[in-house]
Design a protein around this ligand. Structure first.
Ligand code: GLA
Length: 401
């Protein structure tokens, strides 16, 4: 957050009040304030677009949006974090010059093609989700805008429909062929729970996250390699190629979700070697989601940790979406008795590792890792102890400061 642009706001002021106050100051009008969180994913990586299972949670860091319809045909959108503002005419339907504004524009576009007529909006956004750390700050922005427009346009879309709408905006307007996990988690999160989501049926349940002496610690590589989105789309194509090959022997298969390792083995002759490894990872990762839930129920954190390491192995060697910085951080904790398990999290090629760590050992661990990581990568190691939080909601602000 670029506080220097707004020196009269202290750092301790809640972001909800900050966006509301900036809005009032700039537009001399009241606004509604909404909030949508970032997400983590305990396990179940690259399974969402294969109609598989994921185990994400919303976190306590979020995007805050103060918004109200403008009285003219052109609204002003302000990003506190980027220190930028942009004027947007309500009839403009194409891309905008600022990347952050396109996540908002994509949502407006989706409402428009669904037959609604969004007015121009004035809005202010600010976030405490670290940007580029793989915590889905862009999905949170899309969700908070969709939630707000749903309110103003009285479209009565439920949260599942909003998750579809935001995913469509990301796939079609932004152009990243992501699955539904990030948006679903941001919209549906619940404090102290992970979400066990079936990405085929979109049925889900809230699974209590009771970690006893452990906490979830994110170690941020501080890098985002540029091939992330092109490789992501390539993985989707490789999975689709896998399904086509497996269908030769098993015609009823419509997705990797329908395939087990025996079926994959029997189809190996129809699959390119790389495609075979991609499929093997996805099939095994789906199984790990269920095994992780079983182990969590029993409070068996050693098994949860082993499954996390196995997930990382697969992502590194079979799915090939890791990078040297992520591998370094996982290898650095692998034999540390304070750490039950670790793996890269999210799409890959940068972002964070997620670690299951004994709470009282966190300070010593990060202390030990910080200099090793700095030496290895030249980047300072940032880290975040994860607290789960609730999904998208309107924020009621009691008092004006
Ligand atoms: C990104 C995508 C998600 C999901 C993960 C990998 O975060 O946005 O849909 O595919 O990568 O699990």
């Amino acid at each position: 957050m670029n506080y220097e642009l707004f020196p009269y706001f202290s750092r301790s002021m809640m972001l909800a009040e900050i966006v509301r106050n900036i809005f009032a100051d700039r537009f001399a009008a009241p606004a509604l304030v909404f909030r949508s969180p970032g997400r983590i994913n305990l396990i179940g990586e690259h399974t969402d677009y294969n109609e598989g299972f994921v185990l994400p949670a919303a976190i306590d860091k979020a995007i805050y949006l103060a918004i109200a319809p403008a009285e003219t045909e052109t609204g002003t959108w302000i990003s506190v974090d980027f220190g930028e503002s942009i004027e947007v005419n309500r009839w403009h339907d194409g891309k905008l010059s600022q990347a952050w504004a396109n996540y908002i524009q994509g949502i407006v576009h989706e409402f428009r093609i669904a037959g609604h007529k969004p007015p121009a909006f004035n809005l202010v956004v600010a976030a405490d989700i670290p940007i580029g750390a793989g915590l889905s700050s862009s999905a949170a922005l899309e969700c908070v805008v969709a939630f707000a427009l749903n309110h103003f346009l009285r479209t009565n879309l439920d949260r599942k429909s909003l998750a579809f709408l935001t995913k469509k905006a990301e796939n079609e307007f932004i152009g990243l062929q992501c699955g539904i996990m990030d948006m679903f988690a941001s919209l549906h999160g619940r404090m102290d729970h992970v979400l066990r989501l079936d990405c085929r049926t979109l049925q889900y349940d809230y699974f209590p996250l009771e970690l006893n002496d452990y906490v979830l610690l994110l170690l941020d590589t501080g890098v985002k390699h540029s091939l992330a989105s092109s490789e992501y789309n390539t993985r989707r194509e490789e999975c689709a190629a896998g399904v086509s090959g497996i269908k030769i022997r098993f015609p009823s298969v419509s997705n990797l979700r329908d395939v087990n390792l025996e079926m994959l083995e029997e189809s190996a002759e129809f699959l390119d070697k790389i495609v075979y490894r991609r499929c093997k990872f996805v099939i095994s990762e789906n199984k790990r989601v269920w095994l992780t839930c079983d182990a969590l129920t029993k409070g068996d954190f050693d098994t949860v940790g082993e499954l996390m390491y196995a997930s990382h192995e697969g992502l590194q060697h079979d799915y090939e979406v890791s990078c040297t910085e992520l591998d370094f951080l996982v290898d650095a904790v692998r034999n540390d008795p304070a750490v039950a398990g670790a793996r890269m999290m999210g799409g890959g090629f940068g972002g964070c590792t997620i670690n299951l760590v004994l709470k009282q050992e966190v300070p010593a661990l990060v202390n030990k890792l910080a200099s090793a990581y700095q030496h290895f990568s030249g980047n300072a190691l940032r880290y975040y102890e994860v607290v789960t939080g609730d999904g998208t909601h309107a924020v009621k602000i009691q008092s004006l400061v």
